[in-house]
Design a binder for this molecule. Structure first.
Ligand code: NAP
Length: 279
């Protein structure tokens, strides 16, 4: 997401400083304060996180340090200087027992370490007027390393794609996420906002749609078969992913004053980006 935010900031010609992990470790207090003191920004967007589900389960202390403690301290340092702070959280704050799209005010019930730390940060920052918390899910986009980002490439090389079936959720094209994040900041939004594409999907449905769109766009994928494997929710560790985590986007759309693209439209935009990038 950070790279796409950088691209969108550049396109809009905004006066912003971008920092990679190699340039700023958000767990280092001195580095965080130096940035705030030297740049005196109006807003900080924190796209840094440890997102690997299994790594967070295996090393909860690392997730605590980056996903909760560092983000929270940085937010507090911003608030003391009247700087707005944007933090991304996740649909994994839920246990998946609801059967209708989750609203911002639905109480969290995380089943995993990553979700617990994201839920905790929402609890700490949710009512702070200078905080904007964007709850996102299944991000995909150019240069991404997530399953959905890599899917078109896998379809170009392999005949069979195995996908976990049965889990329903929302997804977010990084380009949509970047531009909506900046628009929501511009609109003065605060509090928790679900930010995903319109419509619910599953990895299986996304894969089928991806294959159909690739064929109709002339990509010539090698993949001829999508093989669903049962979704268990379980990993090697103790954590669990929610089986249902669709997010309602009504609040985001009201703040943005326009509908968000559907996940099918976003997928088509992503395939267009891949084509232009020659991947
Ligand atoms: N990806 C998803 O599907 C997904 C779903 C729900 C929520 N989210 C949330 O959305 C936000 C953006 O995620 P993303 O998809 O852009 O994740 P990403 O591609 O994994 O990027 C996270 C970035 O954070 C950096 N980072 C890790 N530790 C850091 C530290 N201590 N200091 C500074 N940078 C550090 C990573 O650098 P290295 O690569 O060098 O470690 C990486 O560049 C995160 O808050 C994430 O939790 C993502």
């Amino acid at each position: 997401m950070g790279r796409h935010l950088g691209g969108e900031i550049h396109r809009r010609n905004l006066n912003a400083a971008l920092r990679r992990h190699s340039e700023l470790d958000i767990t280092c207090r001195e580095s965080r304060l130096r940035i705030l003191d030297t740049l005196a920004p109006d807003a900080v967007i924190n796209a840094a996180a440890l997102c690997n589900f299994s790594a967070c389960e295996e090393h909860p202390e690392d997730s605590l340090r980056v996903n909760l403690d560092a983000a929270l301290s940085w937010a507090e340092e911003c608030f003391r200087r009247s700087i707005r702070f944007v933090q991304f959280t996740s649909d994994y704050i839920y246990d998946g027992t609801k059967h209708a799209p989750y609203l911002e005010e639905d109480p969290p019930a995380p089943l995993c370490v990553y979700g617990r730390h994201k839920a905790e940060i929402e609890k700490c920052l949710g009512s702070e007027p200078l905080a904007l918390i964007l709850r996102v899910a299944w991000i995909f986009g150019l240069g991404g390393r997530t399953f959905m980002s890599l899917m078109p490439g896998q379809m170009m090389t392999g005949e069979v794609l195995r996908v976990a079936a049965g889990k329903k959720g929302s997804c977010l094209h990084a380009s949509t996420g970047a531009s909506a994040t900046l628009d929501l900041l511009d609109a003065g939004a605060s509090g928790i906002v679900n930010l995903v594409q319109r419509g619910e999907t599953s990895w299986e449905e996304f894969a089928i749609q991806c294959l159909l769109q690739m064929q109709s766009m002339g990509f010539a994928p090698r993949c001829t078969r999508i093989e669903p494997v049962p979704f268990s929710g379980m990993t090697e560790g103790s954590g669990q992913r929610p089986a249902y985590s669709v997010l309602d986007v009504g609040r985001a759309e009201a703040l943005l004053r326009h509908p968000l693209p559907t996940w099918q439209e976003a997928l088509s935009a992503y395939l267009g980006e891949l084509r232009r990038a020659g991947s």
